[in-house]
Design a binder for this molecule. Sequence first.
Ligand code: CAA
Length: 296
Amino acid sequence: MKNITVIGSGTMGNGIAHLFAQQGFSVALVDLYAEHLNKAMATINKNMDRQVNKGILSESQKMDALQRIQTHTDLATGVKHADLVVEAATENLEIKLELFRQLDQLAPASAILASNTSSISITQIAAVTQRPTHVIGMHFMNPVPVMKLVEVIRGYATSGQITAQIMQLSLQLDKVPVEVQDYPGFVANRILMPMINEAIYTLYEGVAGVSEIDTVMKLGMSHPMGPLQLADFIGLDVCLSILRVLYEGFGNPKYAPCPLLITMVTAGYKGVKSGEGFYCYPAGTKDFAVSPRFSK
Ligand code: CAA
């Protein structure tokens, strides 16, 4: 595989494009809007600078990697030469199904179509294409250049040969792939989201405050971020939508999202991306503090 097309230039899409370009692949990065693509390239540049400062990349390796990324607003042009498409568009079922219908028409017949979905069924996505054996989940973790895991999700019809190819490719990217079956939340979010939801319930019921809950999990369990900070980092809207997939997919009340999470998302408090969730994130600074709503 040489030519990789990444659909969507948000946090996950630009991280995935960064990773493939860094590892020597030609990348076509596709988004609906040129301004999103410009912002994504600036982010990749900034994140590669961190790697240059750490000695992970030299300045010339960085320039070569950036030159391997071409941006496109036209889907047909962007996928024309793809050996592999990695879709990282908005986490919405209808958007993904429509996109995969189009990708199936536009990408070369031999191309593998992967989705970075965090919770939507790969089997359901594959079923709208004429190549379900070639549709697979490639679930990267944020921040993509740093986190070692790729959760490789095998849909009901995904072939063993395609799964093996994607496992091998993930190793080539210097990641650790783990193969999982296609059931709600796969493995990562089936385990992570109930923990985050329970942390929100713990806050909602007044057992402890935001920084107390996060401190317990950071210092007691060696988590790099507490669950409430992690929820802000992932996006509270994303957490809510994954919990709903678990709740509906298993029909089990243990996955019911906490009312506080629903209220915060309804009010537009989505965490880092909106500037406030359990913490406040003032624009242009790295400082953050517990939201005054949750201060004692
Ligand atoms: N690109 C390149 N390098 C980056 C980076 C990026 N986007 N972001 C951070 N880094 C590097 C930094 O340069 C730094 O490098 P060194 O260790 O060599 O110094 C390192 O990563 C750590 O970064 P920071 O010092 O800025 O901050 P930190 O020590 O607090 O680490 C973190 C940041 C890696 C995000 C860490 O807090 C962490 O591991 N958090 C948990 C992340 C997590 O759980 N991710 C999964 C979320 S779930 C998901 O993505 C899937 C889903 O479906 C919801």
